[in-house]
Design a protein around this ligand. Structure first.
Ligand code: NMX
Ligand code: MLT
Length: 435
């Protein structure tokens, strides 16, 4: 058994004891009331899940095991000569609750490199799609095709004890994360580079190898990938991709099936597809104005036009956050160092100045500030990764780190089938009438 796995088991045993004692002593404690408005309006503000890997504060943004993004950028191990945190370290932190050493991170990197082989039938499944198929559809289908490799599904079939679930979910988690960059890069090179695939380089860290297989060997692009993979990894448990993975996993569907469910949710424009939509929105604006650098007044007019057309301004707003997303700020800082004069980056910054007061003036948008997706496309475009349909796949590869480490916790803590109660409007009317 690898030592990360041992440490995880030790932490999970301790957490299990603690939860047992919390429930024995305080199981009947009420944490909040639920209103009819919440039930009808997307369950906003209802606390109904336990997700150990990260916690979102509506004003401050995300913290992973208590650490903010600036703290992660400082504390997590970096690649040699690099400044950005390695996502392997974030995975270790989310899984064990401990900040890893350089050696811990190298262990994860080499484990993932060792397990990265993707069986041929997965490539055959990708090849069966017309090249025009959206990359998120190809990606999700490839993950489902990879389900043939699930150790959990096999062990369950053979009849394992509940106490062992976590161990097989952990093994699937490690192998699935290891394989995702190869699958994603294959889809990218097939769709956009005429099928000229690039072999993995087992000596590189997970993100650098991903960048390499995509065809970007520039050191600063590799740094961007490391940062990108860290900041998109997790956003507590209620977001669509995390919640979907957790929900499907609660039926004891294996990690491949559960993660595929999360990815079909991430592919929606109000969730992860927003990164594609942001770049399209900027490009449509530039095309309409016949300019690479629209003025703030032109941007303001275009935002008004978007709102009048009954559309959302992509990259703005959030179901929980009420301030600028620190993931936006981290990308802005990266851009200030690496590409401050890029025209699309400058447009993103101009939108940031102009959009919030306009959105606020509608009187209905609860958060007029940018989210993670408002910035990411401009950075990718700067390095030549201009194919915006692919952006959500990058988000998906990163999100695997959070949702799959959470799935390990779900099984290690023995969480049951998730099945909340639903009601009908008829039921609501009777309830109101009763007073
Ligand atoms: N542009 C225009 N209208 C908006 C926006 C926006 N960016 N954000 C919210 N609204 C509208 C929203 O459609 C709703 O209108 P109506 O009452 O007519 O249905 C009203 O404002 C109130 O919505 P909120 O309560 O502020 O937002 P909610 O929690 O329902 O939704 C989002 C959150 C993220 C779905 C929403 O802000 C949005 O659609 N944003 C644009 C898409 C986006 O950037 N998504 C990415 C989120 C991050 N991620 O990666 O997942
Ligand atoms: C996320 O990263 O999942 C998004 O910001 C959406 C959310 O948190 O609801």
């Amino acid at each position: 058994m690898g030592y990360v796995k041992d440490l995880f088991k030790e932490k999970a045993d301790a957490q299990n004891k603690e939860i047992k004692s919390i429930l024995e002593q305080h199981g009947n404690m009420k944490i909040e009331d639920v209103t009819l408005a919440q039930v009808y309006q997307g369950m906003r503000g209802i606390t109904g899940l336990v997700t150990e890997t990260s916690l979102l504060d509506s004003n401050e943004g995300i913290r992973f095991r208590g650490y903010s993004i600036p703290e992660l950028r400082e504390k997590l191990p970096k690649a040699e000569g690099g400044n950005e945190p390695l996502p392997e370290g974030l995975f270790y932190l989310m899984l064990t609750g401990e900040v890893p050493s350089g050696e811990n991170v190298e262990h994860i990197s080499s484990t993932w490199a060792r397990r990265s082989h993707v069986p041929n039938h997965v490539f055959d499944v990708i090849e069966a799609f017309p090249v025009s198929t959206h990359p998120m559809t190809q990606f999700t289908a490839a993950v489902l095709a990879l389900q043939t490799e699930s150790k959990f599904a096999k062990a369950y079939n053979e009849g394992i004890s509940k106490k062992e679930y976590w161990s097989y979910v952990y093994e699937d988690t490690m192998s699935l994360i290891a394989r995702l960059p190869r699958i994603a890069a294959y889809i990218y090179r097939r769709k956009y580079k005429g099928g000229e695939h690039i072999h993995p380089d087992g000596m590189l860290d997970w993100s650098a190898n991903f960048a390499h297989m995509l065809g970007y060997d520039d050191e600063s692009f590799k740094e961007l990938m490391r940062l990108y993979m860290v900041i998109h990894a997790d956003h507590e448990g209620g977001n669509v991709s995390a919640h979907a993975t957790h929900l499907v996993g609660s039926a004891l569907s294996d990690p491949y099936l559960s993660f595929a469910a999360g990815m079909t949710g991430l592919a929606g424009p109000l969730h992860g597809l927003a990164n594609q939509e942001v770049i399209r929105w900027i490009e449509d604006m530039c095309k309409e104005l016949n300019s690479d650098a629209p003025t703030k007044a032109q941007i303001a007019d275009y935002i008004q036009k978007t709102l009048v057309a009954g559309k959302v301004v992509p990259g703005y707003g959030h179901a929980v956050l009420r301030k600028t997303d620190p993931r936006f700020t981290a990308q802005m800082e990266f851009a200030k160092t690496h590409c401050p004069n890029d025209p699309t980056v400058q447009t993103v910054w101009n939108v940031y100045e102009v959009a919030p007061p306009i959105l606020e003036s509608t009187g209905k948008i609860k958060n007029p500030w940018p989210n993670v997706d408002a910035h990411s496309g401009a950075l990718l475009k700067h390095y030549g990764l201009i194919e915006e349909e692919f952006y959500t796949v990058l988000f998906g590869v990163s999100r695997a780190l959070g949702v799959l480490s959470s799935l390990c916790w779900d099984r290690a803590l023995g969480f049951p089938l998730e099945r909340p109660k639903s009601i009908t409007t008829e039921w609501v009317k009777k309830f109101i009438a009763k007073g």
